[in-house]
Design a protein around this ligand. Sequence first.
Ligand code: CO
Length: 446
Amino acid sequence: MENTYTEGLFRFIESSPTAFHAVDKMREMLESQGYNRLLEGGKWNLKKGGRYYVSRNGSSLIAFRIPETGFCGFQIMASHSDSPCLKIKANPELTAEGAYVKLNVEKYGGMLCGTWFDRPLSAAGRLMVRDKDKTAMKLVNIDRDLLLIPSLAIHMNREANNGYKYNVQKDMLPLYGSCTDGTEMRFMELAAHEAGVEEENILGSDLYVYNRMPGSIWGAGGEFISIGRLDDLECVYASLRGFLNAAEGDSIPLHCVYDNEEVGSSTRQGAASTFLADTLFRICEAQGMNGEDYRRALAASMMVSADNAHAVHPNYPDKSCPSNRPVINQGIVIKFSGNHRYTSDAVSAALFRRICEMAEVPVQEFTNRSDMAGGSTLGNISSTQAAVKCVDIGLPQLAMHSSWETAGVKDLEYLIRAAEVFYESSIEESGFEEYQVFVGKNERKI
Ligand code: CO
């Protein structure tokens, strides 16, 4: 079944083997729509009606539009560009039996290890390259089946089906080549060749292993989608599509994508950094606003923290909360946590439900079982830097952190539609904890 949004998502994910590539792909999509790059180190002269984006570390990105007339606050949707995978270490070649070359790797994030075996893999990331007196980033993607992590045969481990504790250093080193056929090429030499640079000019690298299996639409009614990195590139894509579709409202819409959610967000470009707060403040400063104006704008702002959610698993129904049981293709999931590991509360959930009503999109609720810890995400971490009303949401999916994840065709479209209405909306506090949601241009400003 052909579906434009699904096909668009697959092309986006397939061209985004790493966070660096995801940001580069977004750059391409934004520039084709007239967005201008801002440098954090440059002077920002923001014009009315202007379209801009800024990135940090090449792996996080914020895009926004300045309305023609004044604005009242920011409507921010935040998602993350990274996914769990294997990172390739420096000096990666290791030989085995004098016949095999394998690569030395370590874990990035909380991956489901078993799903990385016996499938076509390759390597991608970025190189820092010497170019005369400059040192510049160069993206690289070795776009062919290059690596594979072979399972150990059942005959050599009869206990393999009784649960297995994976040791990355021993079990998960991908096979890269053989050293007897005379064609061996060191890994960095190959990466340099693919990037079109001289190996001796490579001064730094961040390279990762990725799953090469292309996206698939499947199921009796073509209702499921599977591909790697759905967490969280599905939300990244939905947020960007909604952002680009949205008409002008009374707020400044911000499409915000952080890196490093999978490893705790505490990097220069993660949700715990000042990237968003710096950007919001600079937008206000460039409009000639003062500190009070900035804080009033924050009070009139809202963030949707969009990171995929766990659907009830058909074979493990007991792992989900007994009364909040999201399923695939039945709508956007609002996530709640008594200990505020998710930011959603009565206020932010109510405002988000109104947005979804206007978008004619169904919502579902998620809570963890009370006897299970569950995960966390970027909403509450980002709130420590820029505290605005925030709701944690996601699309229901199965097999989170597998190298091949599964979600629903309908849900993707639901989030794109909700994002579009959200980016067109603005929220007025009409009284103490009393709100009015406006959509489109109503000429309201602070
Ligand atoms: Co995630």
